[in-house]
Structure formats: structure tokens, C-alpha cells
Design a protein around this ligand. Structure first.
Ligand code: SF4
Length: 244
């Protein structure tokens, strides 16, 4: 996969989606219970529209085409439900990658959600996304709004266009799409909120982002997450000149 920084994330999304899907199946490399959110069943996938300097799954997302295990949405849901039953958990998510790269992966996600909510209507699915494709194609959002127990966490990556480009590797003009997704989801009364890697920004930059979101009428609280400083993460950040 040819990659020059900064890249067009739309083009990258298309290429990555082609590499990580086979019909309605998608590549995953692990299914596990994880300790986050007080315990959450997690399907780890590969493939992202961005390539964040701090991504804990950087190598897999750099070369998603090296993976071979395609799973249908029904297989993913049944693996997740099995772990939920065994570990008495009621929260679910997809991690390690971007769940929504384009229409095919969006439909795959919907088909994962459907059996989970059918079998466990009181469970919660936390959609962790970079929000790019959802903001680019906001007409998809109503289908997510149909699931009252779906929560959407959109990681904004940067506090402005410049920091967004430096961190994600994607061209800065695309900074606005995750914000569009967030605004539209809130309009549809979906429980959605923005997140940001707090360690990478000054308190002034975070304040500026919060003010910017308020000006856009986005009232959800900004979640600040903290860096998992694995040696390879620090090395990638050094190479990409992202200060920590
Ligand atoms: S958006 Fe998330 S999964 Fe994608 S590269 Fe960035 S940190 Fe990794």
C-alpha cells in the first residue's frame, strides 16, 4: 500500500477497505475480554483510514493486507456473545482499527450490532471511531441512531487542522469531518462524545478546542485519554515529529 504523508484519507479508506474485506467479511485478529469501561468484550480488527503516530496497533494498521482471518458479521457477533456469556459482561466494542472505512465496513458493523442487540437487548455497544467516514457520509448516521444502546466515542486526534495532520498523517482539510459526525449524531440524539489524547496538547490548546466545539453547538464533554507510551509508540512519534 503506497503511503506518502500527508495522504488523502478517503483514498486510503477505500484501499484499506478493499484489503480488509471479502464480501461482507472483515479481517480480525483477536477476540477478548478487556478491562476498559469496567469490562468490555472486544473484537480487535485491522485497517484504518488514518495512521496516527501514537497508534498502539501501528504495525498492523500499516500492513493490514498481511492478515488472513476474515470473519462474517455473524461469526464476530457469536464470538463476542460467547465471551460476554462466559465473563458476565454486557459491553461490546471493536478496537485496534477503524470500524467504519466505507459502506462495506459500515454494513458489516450493522450486521454485528443486530444479533448482539437481539440476543442481549440491554447490552451497550461503544463504537470507538475516528469519525472520518461518518462525517463524510452523514446520511449513514440514522441507521446508527436506530440502536438506543449504541454509544459513539469520536477521537478528534488534533485540536486544529495542523495538529490533526501531524498526528493522523491525513491531510489537514479533513479535520472537519469527525466534527461533522459528532454534531450530526448529537442532533439525532445519539449518545456521542469527543475524545482527545490529552498528553499531547497544552491546556490552552485543549481549551481552544473546547471553545471551538461549543461554538459549533457541540455540548458533549471532551474526554481526555492518556498515551500508552510503548517504546515503538515513542519511536513512531519521534519519527513523525509529534512532541510528547
Ligand atoms: S484512528 Fe485509531 S486505529 Fe486508526 S490509526 Fe489512529 S489510533 Fe490507530
Amino acid at each position: 500500500m503506497n503511503l506518502e504523508f500527508p495522504f488523502d484519507p478517503l483514498k486510503r479508506s477505500e484501499e484499506v477497505e478493499n484489503a480488509v474485506t471479502e464480501g461482507s467479511k472483515r479481517l480480525y485478529y483477536r477476540f477478548r475480554p478487556a478491562p476498559y469501561y469496567g469490562g468490555i468484550v472486544t473484537a480487535d480488527a485491522v485497517g484504518c483510514s488514518f495512521l496516527c503516530a501514537y497508534c498502539w496497533n501501528y504495525k498492523r494498521n500499516l500492513h493490514p493486507e498481511r492478515f488472513r482471518d476474515f470473519y462474517s458479521p455473524q461469526q464476530v457477533a457469536s464470538k463476542l456473545l460467547f465471551i460476554a456469556e462466559k465473563k458476565s459482561l454486557r459491553r461490546f466494542r471493536i478496537s485496534g482499527a477503524e470500524p467504519i472505512l466505507g459502506e462495506r465496513t459500515f454494513l458489516h458493523l450493522i450486521e454485528v450490532l443486530r444479533p448482539i442487540f437481539q440476543k442481549k437487548p440491554h447490552s451497550l455497544f461503544i463504537l470507538e471511531t475516528n469519525g472520518f467516514f461518518l462525517g463524510y457520509r452523514p446520511n449513514l448516521l440514522e441507521r446508527l441512531a436506530a440502536y438506543p444502546n449504541l454509544m459513539v466515542r469520536i477521537c478528534l486526534k488534533g485540536t486544529d487542522e495542523e495538529s490533526f495532520e501531524k498526528i493522523t498523517g491525513a491531510k489537514k482539510d479533513f479535520f472537519r469531518y469527525p466534527i461533522i459526525a459528532l454534531k450530526e449524531l448529537l442532533k439525532l440524539k445519539v449518545r456521542a462524545w469527543p475524545a482527545l489524547m490529552g498528553d499531547l496538547f497544552s491546556s490552552e490548546a485543549v481549551d481552544r478546542l473546547e471553545k471551538f466545539l461549543k461554538e459549533k453547538d457541540i455540548r458533549a464533554e471532551l474526554e481526555l485519554e492518556f498515551l500508552e507510551a510503548y517504546p515503538f509508540v515513542l519511536e513512531n512519534m519521534r519519527k513523525r515529529k509529534v512532541q510528547f
